[in-house]
Design a protein around this ligand. Sequence first.
Ligand code: SF4
Length: 314
Amino acid sequence: MESTDADLGADPGQSLLSTAGLEADAGAPPASGETDSVVHIPVPPKHLSPSSASVFRQCPQRWKFRYIDRLPDPPGEAALAGTFAHRVLEDLLSLEPQDRTMDRARALATEVWSDMQDDRDFRALELDPDGVRNFKWAAWRAIEGLWDLEDPKTVELIDTETEVSVEIGGVPFIGYIDRVESTADGLVISDYKSGRAPGRRFSSDRLEQVLLYAAAFAELQGTLPARARLLYLGQRIDEAEVTAENIGEVTERLADTWEELLRRSETGEFPPDPGPLCGWCAFVRHCPEGLAEVERRHQAGSLRPDAPALAEAV
Ligand code: SF4
């Protein structure tokens, strides 16, 4: 996650419940016992995912901290609640259509909860009983939010958690598709979102992720999906018809990002690009420019009071 939008996917290796890979693997993690004084030589990443591309575009230094230096970036409470909901929905959709009821979802949530309690990142949150209750409530709201969007019994499922690892537009791409289903007008690629849906003017930008999944799926399967969708649980569905034109646009943008990333990997220059998301950057303590940005925004009253980085800057 990686943003204020609690993306339902997360980085595996960091969490027992995680489902997706460290998507822009950029080299081996620091060996145990290494310290901050160790210099990590940038190496070209092995592949690029929509989320790592997005981090790089937002701030090259943030990308370096995460994917080259491998500084800890544990998922926050909202992201973990999203991962929990994601797992339950994945299990639910794997059942026979007639069994996809809210009662079954509740039972699955109880099963998944036993894993969650052992999850390293969840334990690190150190929630008190009220905090645990709120966590469960947030996860359940996301789960039952599926019924606000559709009746899951009607979904003609093809696959869930489909890994797509393939070269598109000359870029070694990797992603995990939450759901592929068959509909009257063709295949549909969907991704669940538990965070707040963006304003309408940003909604087409956010669809880039699922359009890239559609491009990768088409490359692997030889079939262009009909639509790509984001399911904002409990809120709304944003979707786009998949066309050669929009697939071409997102692929070209990915290739531009990849080229820039390779160039910076050669030079080792990953400059900071301070902005509003510094307030949610897990690496702010390592970044004087980001700390200054958080402080400035705080003084100007333009930073949300729940921005985690405030604790580091003020
Ligand atoms: S704090 Fe801001 S400028 Fe610094 S690495 Fe994070 S996002 Fe980039």
